[in-house]
Structure formats: C-alpha cells, structure tokens
Design a protein around this ligand. Structure first.
Ligand SMILES: [Zn+2]
Length: 208
C-alpha cells in the first residue's frame, strides 16, 4: 500500500499567512529542566499549515469545522496538475473531465514554495471564474497547494465566498510535490474543534 503524506510539517520552517499566529511550540515542562515529563503548548492559527476551512471562515452564521461530513473528507479524489502562472480560471479547468469527481486537488507550482519560511505572496489561487466552474460542475471538496484558495488579497475574496457559500469543503496548505495527477483515495481528518472557522488536518493519499 503506497501512502503519500501531503501534509506539511508543523515546524519552525512553516510560513504563516500575514497577520495569522505563527506555529510555535512553547515548552511548559521539560525533563531537562527537572520536570517529570515534557509538555508543550501549541500556538498556531486555525489556518496553519495543512487545514480545512469551514463555512464560518467567511460567514458568521456558517457551520464550524466539526460539522464537515466525514463521508466527504474521505474517498475517491482526483489530483489535477496545472501549469498556470496566474489565478486559476474556468478556462484552466475546462480541459479536465471532472464529471465523475466530487473531490479535486489542484497541483500547481505552489508545491515548490514549501521549504521557505517566508510567506510567498506570488502563490497561485483560484480566480472567481474558476471557483464558479468547480461549483457548477458538482465539485464538493477542493484542495490547493499553498496557504489560501484565494488569490493574494483578491478584493471581496470571491473564491472563499463562492466555494464556502456553496458548501464546498476547502483544504488549504497541501504539499502535492510528490503526487502525480490521477485518482487516489484520500484520507483528510481535521481536528474536531467545535465552532471553529478552520482546523488543522492530516491528509494522506493512497493510489487507488
Ligand atoms: Zn484557511
């Protein structure tokens, strides 16, 4: 069984979206300091590293991460690769037959940005027309390979509003560098954080 871990490590190299809380481990107890055990406190944004967005991220009355259905977070998933250098539009997605797919992960050059602890503002997001295309073609879960589905500082955040508004689950912060396009079984398990706008997730693909 070949498993591909597409989760980015939570460590000091992890870039942080501007004005979000960076990931850090705070030592609370340390054996080396005479304590009986090692205990750390996590400091991080709910949108650190590989994570899911809940509707509440952009809608005050929207559902929190704990309501995202497991049936949608696990299962047959298509990975497509795009070589676009700009926001992903409907024209970029048209060549792909997504008629059998409710889960789509989009691999771009973003996957090569991981490893730099500096947030890269030139990452590729999904443009408004691309988000509409995915909704209109029945996609229920979409994953991207940098820290936001949105083009950087896109006015009005159309991708988030269109996708989350349609009940589409958004996974952000995937590393798809080692993943070839094709069909996989996906295991995406976000932490069961009640009422939260986002939740860190471990995401693994298995070739189906
Ligand atoms: Zn997010």
């Amino acid at each position: 069984m070949r498993l591909i871990d597409v989760t980015v490590p939570l460590d000091a190299q992890l870039p942080t979206y501007p004005h979000n809380t960076p990931f850090t481990l705070e030592p609370i107890k340390r054996i080396a300091r005479g304590d009986s055990s090692n205990v750390s406190t996590l400091h991080m944004s709910a949108h650190s590293g590989t994570h899911v967005d809940a509707p509440r991220h952009f809608f005050d009355r929207g559902a929190g991460t704990e309501t995202l259905p497991l049936e949608m977070l696990l299962g047959r998933t298509r990975v497509i690769a795009l070589d676009t250098r700009k926001g992903i539009t409907d024209a970029d997605l048209t060549p792909f037959d997504l008629s059998e797919d409710v889960r789509v992960l989009i691999k771009t050059s973003n996957s090569r940005l991981w490893g730099s602890p500096t947030f890269q503002t030139g990452y590729i997001g999904i443009a408004e027309s691309g988000a509409k295309y995915l909704v209109e073609h029945g996609v229920k879960l979409v994953g991207v390979d940098y820290l936001s589905v949105e083009e950087f500082r896109a006015p009005g955040a159309p991708a988030h509003h269109i996708l989350l508004g349609a009940g589409v689950i958004v996974i952000e912060g995937l590393n798809l560098r080692d993943v070839d396009p094709g069909v996989y079984d996906m295991y995406c398990l976000p932490l069961r954080i009640v009422g939260c706008d986002g939740a860190p997730a471990r995401v693994v693909l298995r070739r189906s």
